[in-house]
Ligand binder design. Structure first.
Ligand SMILES: Cc1ncc(COP(=O)(O)O)c(C=O)c1O
Length: 373
C-alpha cells in the first residue's frame, strides 16, 4: 500500500491539534507495511537503485536516506514530533543532552566569541564551557539568572550567545525568558534555553522569544531511566548548522533510543502533571518539617520565583531541593536514611530519586560559585 497521500494529509491535519494529540501523532510516516505503531529502523545505511541515484542522494539533489549518521527514519519521527510539541520548525536529535549543548555551541560560536551563561546550570555544562570552549578561545562569563541587569552589564561587542536553564537546578529559580531574549536580540546574540526540567508540556521557551531549546531526553522524555539522548529545537535556519555538526562529527541519536523517546513523548503530558502534583505535595510536607531549613520548589507560594513560574509554565515540575539542619553531614544522613528512594544522579524517572548536588551533579562547580547561587 502507498501511504504517501495519507502521510501528507495526516501531518497537515495535525496543524491545529492539541499538544496531547501531537505527542501521539506528529511525525509519524506510515510505511507500506500498514503498521500502527512507529517502526524502529535499525539500519546503518540505505540502498540506492543505481550509481547515479547514489550520487544524487549524496549531493542532496534527490531527497532520501544515505547513512544513519545523516538521517534515520525513526530519529526523524522523534525530531518532527518534538519540534511540533515545542512549536518549532525544526529539531535535531543527539546522542545525549550534553551532545546537544556541545553541537549547538560548535555550530553557532567561533574563536573570539563571547558566551554568557547563567550561574545556575548543570555541572557538566559548566565543565564543557570552561574546559573545552575556552580551549578554542571562546570567552565565558556567568550572570545571575534572576537579575536581567547583570546579563545586560556583561554583554560585549563579541557576545554571541546567552545560555540558561529554567527552572534552575537545584534552586528552582525561574528566568524571565522574554526579558533575557530581548537583551540577547538587542546584542544580535542567541538565547539558548535548556528546557529539560519542564519539557514542552510545561513550558515552550520559543513562545517567550528563545531562539534554541535544548533537551536532555534522558530525563522526563524517556521517563523510565533507560536511554541517553538529547535534542536542539528551533528555526530551520538555526538548526541546520547543528545538523551539519552532527553529520560530520557524529554525536547522533540511535534509532532504538529515538523509538524509546517516541513512546515517552506519548505519555509525557500525563507524567509531567503527576510529577508536579507529587512534588508539590512533598514540598508542602517538607516545608512543615522542623529539621528542614529551606525548601526550593517554584510551586510553593513562598518561593521567590512562584509568580513568574505561573506565567511561563503550565505546572511546576517534578524536581525540588531542600536544606536540612546539619549541612553536608545532615544531608548525607537524610539520603542514607531513605528506603524506597534511589540514590542516583538521574531525574525524571518513574522511581523517585535523591542526590546531594554539591558532591555529585554540581560537584564540578567551585564552592564559591555554588554559594553565590
Ligand atoms: C538540565 C540538564 N541539562 C543537560 C543535562 C545533560 O544531559 P545528558 O545526561 O543527557 O547528557 C542534564 C543532565 O543531568 C541536565 O540536568
Amino acid at each position: 500500500m502507498d501511504f504517501s497521500e495519507f502521510n501528507d494529509r495526516y501531518q497537515s491535519d495535525l496543524t491545529d491539534c492539541a499538544l496531547e494529540t501531537l505527542a501521539v501523532r506528529a511525525g509519524q510516516v506510515r510505511t507500506a507495511e500498514c503498521e500502527h505503531s512507529e517502526p524502529i529502523f535499525l539500519s546503518s545505511s540505505y540502498v540506492f537503485n543505481s550509481a547515479a541515484e547514489a550520487e544524487a542522494r549524496f549531493t542532496g539533489e534527490v531527497k532520501g536516506n544515505v547513512y544513519s549518521r545523516y538521517t534515520n527514519p525513526t530519529v526523524r519521527t522523534f525530531e518532527d514530533r518534538l519540534a511540533a510539541m515545542e512549536g518549532a520548525e525544526a529539531c535535531v536529535a543527539t546522542a545525549s543532552g550534553m551532545a546537544a549543548i556541545y553541537s549547538t555551541c560548535v555550530a553557532h560560536l567561533e574563536a573570539g566569541d563571547h558566551l554568557i551563561c547563567s550561574s545556575s546550570v548543570f555541572g557538566s555544562t559548566v565543565k564543557l564551557f570552561e574546559a573545552y570552549l575556552r580551549k578554542f578561545n571562546i570567552e565565558v562569563d556567568y550572570a545571575d539568572l534572576l537579575n536581567p541587569e547583570d546579563w545586560k552589564r556583561k554583554i560585549k561587542s563579541n557576545t554571541k550567545m546567552l545560555y540558561l536553564e529554567s527552572p534552575s537546578n537545584p534552586l528552582n529559580d525561574i528566568a524571565d525568558i522574554r526579558t533575557l531574549a530581548d537583551i540577547a536580540h538587542q546584542a544580535s546574540a542567541l538565547l539558548v534555553v535548556d528546557n529539560c526540567f519542564c519539557t514542552p508540556i510545561l513550558q515552550q521557551p520559543l513562545k517567550f522569544g528563545a531562539d534554541i531549546v535544548i533537551h536532555s531526553a534522558t530525563k522526563y522524555i524517556d521517563g523510565q531511566g533507560r536511554c541517553l539522548g538529547g535534542a536542539a529545537v528551533g528555526s530551520h535556519e538555526l538548526i541546520e548548522p547543528i545538523v551539519g555538526v552532527l553529520r560530520t562529527a557524529g554525536p547522533t541519536m540511535s534509532p532504538f533510543n529515538a523509538w524509546v523517546f517516541l513512546k515517552g513523548l506519548e505519555t509525557l503530558h500525563l507524567r509531567m502533571h503527576a510529577h508536579s502534583n507529587n512534588a508539590l505535595y512533598l514540598a508542602r510536607w517538607l516545608e512543615q518539617h522542623p529539621n528542614v531549613k529551606r525548601v526550593n520548589y517554584c510551586g510553593l507560594e513562598s518561593h521567590p520565583s512562584h509568580d513568574l513560574a505561573k506565567l511561563q509554565q503550565s505546572n511546576f515540575g517534578g524536581v525540588l531541593s531542600f536544606e536540612v539542619i546539619g549541612e553536608k553531614k545532615g544531608a548525607w544522613h537524610v539520603i542514607d536514611s531513605t528506603r524506597m528512594i534511589s540514590i542516583t544522579a538521574n531525574l525524571g524517572d518513574a522511581k523517585t530519586t535523591i542526590t546531594h548536588p554539591a558532591t555529585t551533579t554540581h560537584g564540578r562547580i567551585s564552592e564559591e560559585a555554588r554559594n553565590k547561587t
